[in-house]
Design a protein around this ligand. Structure first.
Ligand SMILES: Nc1ncnc2c1ncn2[C@@H]1O[C@H](COP(=O)(O)OP(=O)(O)OP(=O)(O)O)[C@@H](O)[C@H]1O
Ligand SMILES: [Mg+2]
Length: 325
């Protein structure tokens, strides 16, 4: 359903520098599946999500190469009317910051119904209303009628996140991309909300991509996992297999740094050092200057993404193992 092949992206920095923010990313997502994207802040998760939904402002893009195909649409070569159809009906986007994405002067009902009228032109009021109520229920509002007349500032952080999800769901997209959709909610609620979304997605053969810093939430909700570091896809495959025995040292360090993922008695081990900015990446493997396993070769050549067993991929010259099916 979604195929990304050797996708690279360079953006223009504010001072005119050219920033390689994504390098040679290849990924697949099938219908009915849920892909979790993990990685530190600045690793390129949002720019990838925005590239898939064709939401990056063209003025910010210096160059793109490779392919992103969604169904039969090639996103990098599609024209504007095609992209509009894609953004409206096929791909729904839940943004990181609900306060900036919602109109502060409109009630919850008005925001959502406006989207319905914009995309389903022939809707009657009754039909539009029932779409709004259904979307709110699916997004986890227990008694949606109580909130219809609320303005964004009257809703809690969690409710605003649910409202964003409802706004994406109301268009019944084939793919939902949620960029840190639930950071305002505590982890248990996050899992509950995302697990509900995922069940629907599976039943209706839709797909979901969600981006999170929290590997615990990703483990609870996604069946596929992609781990990014400094604009590179370092590892991807089946979530449970990767988290059980990561093949890339960075994934292993990320797992060890997550308190809720390691056993009760083990203390989380933070990763020393910081993520390099896009114009200061090491010449070899992007993780080589922080990696405890790095050898001389790692500092000289950038490893290519390669296949282990099944759909497991890793970009490391010396992975921790060769994959298990
Ligand atoms: N419009 C833009 N113009 C130039 N550089 C950008 C732009 N948007 C993002 N970047 C840069 O691209 C890199 C990746 O950013 P991105 O927002 O995708 O990270 P992220 O993984 O989503 O981080 P976070 O977890 O904090 O949301 C960063 O170095 C960022 O500074
Ligand atoms: Mg982001």
């Amino acid at each position: 359903m979604l195929r990304i092949d050797n996708f690279s992206l360079q953006l223009k920095g504010s001072d005119g520098r050219i920033l390689p923010v994504l390098e040679d990313v290849s990924l697949r997502l099938e219908k009915g599946n849920c892909l979790g994207i993990a990685g530190e802040s600045g690793s390129g998760k949002s720019v990838l999500a925005m590239s898939i939904a064709a939401l990056l402002p063209s003025g910010a893009v210096h160059a793109r190469s490779g392919d992103i195909e969604f169904g039969d649409c090639s996103i990098l070569s599609a024209d504007e009317p095609e992209l509009r159809k894609l953004r409206g009906h096929k791909i729904g986007f839940v943004f990181q910051e609900p306060m900036t994405a919602m109109n502060p002067l409109m009630t919850l009902y008005d925001q959502i119904v406006e989207t319905v009228y914009a995309h389903f032109s022939a809707s009657s009021k009754a039909e539009a209303d029932s779409r709004v109520m259904l979307a709110l229920e699916r997004a986890g509002f227990k008694e949606p009628e109580k909130f219809l007349d609320s303005y964004p500032h009257q809703l809690s952080g969690g409710m605003r996140q649910r409202a964003m999800i409802a706004m994406a769901l109301v268009l019944e997209p084939e793919l939902i991309i949620a960029d840190e959709p639930t950071t305002a909610i505590d982890a248990a609620l996050q899992v509950q909300l995302l697990a509900g979304l995922r069940r629907q997605i599976e039943q209706e053969r839709r797909s979901m991509i969600f981006i999170s810093h929290d590997l615990g939430v990703i483990r609870a909700v996604s069946d596929q996992l992609a781990v990014f570091y400094a604009g590179c896809l370092v590892e991807s495959g089946v979530t449970s297999l990767i988290l059980e025995s990561p093949a890339h040292p960075y994934t292993a360090d990320l797992v060890a740094a997550m308190p809720r993922l390691v056993s009760e008695r083990k203390l989380p081990v933070p990763i020393a050092g910081t993520l390099p900015s896009p114009d200061r990446k090491p010449a070899g493997c992007v993780y080589s200057d922080r990696c405890r396993h790095a050898r001389e070769e790692c500092k000289q050549q950038r490893p290519k993404l390669r296949k282990l067993a099944g759909n497991w991929q890793v970009s490391c010259l010396f992975p921790l193992h060769e994959g298990r099916a």
